[in-house]
Ligand binder design. Sequence first.
Ligand SMILES: *[C@@H]1O[C@H](CO)[C@@H](O)[C@H](O)[C@H]1NC(C)=O
Length: 522
Amino acid sequence: MIKLINTKENNIVNKSYADHKNMKTWCGLLVFGCIFALSAADGDDDDKNYVVTSRPFPDGFMFGLATAAHQIEGAWNEDGKGEQIWDTWIHEHPNVVFDGSNGDVAVDSYHKYMDDIACLKEVGVQYYRLSISWARILPNGRNSNVNKPGIDYYLNVLRALKDAGIQAMVTLYHWDLPTALQNDGGWTNPEIVDLFGDYARLCYQLFGEYVQMWNTINEPKQICHGGYGIGAYAPGILSPGVDEYKCSKYVLLAHARAWRIYNDEFRSTQNGKITIVIDSDWYEPGTDADKEAAETRMQFIHGLYGHPVYKRDWPDIVKQRIAMRSQLEGYSESRLPAFTEDEIDYVSGTYDFIALNHYTTYMISASDEPAIGTPSLDNDAGVTVWQKDTWQTAAIDWFKYVPWGAGKLLRWLKSTYGDIDIMITENGVSDQNGTLTDDHRIRFYTLYMSHMLDAVYEENVRLTGFTAWTIMDNFEWTLGYIGKSGIYYVDMNDPDRKRVPKKSSTWYANVIKTGCLVDSCT
Ligand SMILES: *[C@@H]1O[C@H](CO)[C@@H](O)[C@H](O)[C@H]1NC(C)=O
């Protein structure tokens, strides 16, 4: 079956998704590592008989765990925090969240952050990726009004991490724009570039001595396409192919502003690293004849953000196709706003490493030019996007287990952007049942990491770190609490929100300790 699917932000949950209970998993002889074999009916046909690598993670490789403020903190209006767009959007439209829940309390990390740090210590990660809620420290988004208790909260977290010997990777923006700024147009108002710069500078001043790695902006595609294109994420604006590209431009300029402020004013004293986090699926050509179509799709998804930063300007194919379709639609100029030469220079080179969030893969087939009339990113890209029925599904229908896609994506990053250090800043898998014996999650991580290591050993991809998503089950945006991705379980009916280890947390701890995906590496 071929079905047309959008990407990650398309929150259609298949309530009766297939139960893959006939999956067969076994560990073979040590020397061959673990072999995960699947029957054609219930598994990933393409990975049949794949052998997990027995090569170790390279020296100096770092392992981490990730979260984001709105998904864990709760305390949505406590101690002077301002409202941010996810608070506002969900309170005004509770039906946007699949299970009718919200992030008001979440897993209460605002009060229980020491429990989170205990989990991090138990697993033995070298770093923790967390995000700062802009509205918690600047309630209306502007530096004129600073909220001291919010600052203290992050200082407490960062100091506790330091005491635990865990590095901090801090995301400045993980989707939670102060609502006051959204009321002025949010990411489509050019003023956001200065405001984000001011906020970033304040964060470096306040927290920089505790932060080894900064992420400016997390997943621009979800912010712009989800938030301003298809309206599936806060602020829920439906302006496909128009506002979503304005957002793309100002997100990139804001990222560049924050990177340059750090580079010019803080790097010499704080010695951290800073970059943008781009999420991308892998797009696999259905046949050799579909290779160009798959590359076009890659450029519309990763290249839209990666090319201006790691190279220069929007990708040519993206510029050409949007200009061509805009003209046929009667627009006087391209719906993709042009960068000036100065802006191209300003954005280009604003990275210290490539940060990648990756979850799944799609197949691509070339298609006839979509009818003119409806602007959208999908029509602009102009290819057919589908997934295979045989691929195993996680908690939501778009999310298929396709481990080999991770290896191909890493190789593509190297061949497209050059020989740059890469960190995986998110990878992981959800289920709906929150089972403690989460062998499927162990299998997912093992296979994804193994394909990543193959890219390291076969193609000299400079992969330097892996961040598992996520510590504990948490508020998974419009999926609410049904998309459980934690390596710790949290019972949302338990007022204490106790963190309970799943089998995968012990497994991850062992990988970190041994640097090895099998019993013994060679
Ligand atoms: C929970 O869901 C996962 C993923 O869909 C599945 O592999 C596992 O068998 C389920 N466990 C239980 C106890 O239902």
